[in-house]
Write a protein that binds this ligand. Structure first.
Ligand SMILES: [Zn+2]
Length: 214
């Protein structure tokens, strides 16, 4: 699944995998899992992370391949956050071929930069329990106060329109060749992500179910 930060990719992936009872393979989660468990791959990745370098594709691909080889992925899976580059996509294709499977569909959730910025902005986090609110989509009952524990809500210091715009730009530049790659492979399905969470989810489920039953 593809989509710029703020497109709602994570939320949609979560709802879709719950509905279809598929494992949600999010590369960020996988990465943290390997680091915290101190696996061999985690230790390899840590060397680069500690130096402030990007983890090489080879390590990332091995992490994903190992995850996809687990029993719960036999009936299918949803990849979120991987691949990010054409090189990773080619390596993924090879891995899937070795496993005797292939991708059915690559949904791309499209939103305007304005929408992405509005969604990324306005996030408030509780100092005490870490609950996250959004001033437009999920406001607390009392401004500045956590509904759950009464703690004080604050905005993260890196939560600025400049940082958000930068994240959107980096993602767009990086994934543009990837989008072409999957378009040429006939796998890309573009979805309008401007609607409500429910509207986007209905459209997404329809195209995914269609692609996976064919
Ligand atoms: Zn709280």
């Amino acid at each position: 699944m593809l989509g710029v930060p703020g497109a709602g990719k994570g939320t949609q992936a979560e709802l879709l995998t719950e509905a279809l009872e598929l494992p949600h393979v999010a590369s960020g989660v996988l990465f943290r899992e390997h680091l915290s468990k101190g696996t061999e791959l985690g230790e390899q990745a840590r060397v680069y992370v500690d130096r402030g370098d990007l983890v090489p594709d080879e390590v990332t691909i091995r992490m994903v391949a190992e995850r996809l080889s687990r029993a719960d992925c036999r009936e299918g899976f949803l990849l979120d956050g991987f691949p990010r580059t054409v090189a990773q996509a080619e390596a993924l294709d090879q891995t899937l071929t070795q496993m005797g499977t292939e991708l059915n569909i690559v949904p791309l959730i499209k939103v305007s930069e304005e929408t992405a910025l509005v969604r990324l902005g306005g996030r408030w986090t509780c100092r005490k329990c870490g609950d996250v609110y959004h001033q437009l989509f999920n406001p607390p009952q009392v401004e500045g106060v956590c509904d759950e524990c009464g703690g004080e809500l604050y905005q993260r210091s890196d939560d600025t329109p400049e940082t958000h715009r930068h994240r959107i730009e980096v993602y767009s530049e990086q994934t543009m060749p990837l989008i072409d790659y999957y378009r040429q492979a006939g796998l890309l399905v573009e979805l309008d992500g401007e609607g409500s969470i429910e509207q986007v989810q209905v459209a997404l489920r329809m195209v995914v179910e269609q692609a996976c039953s064919a």
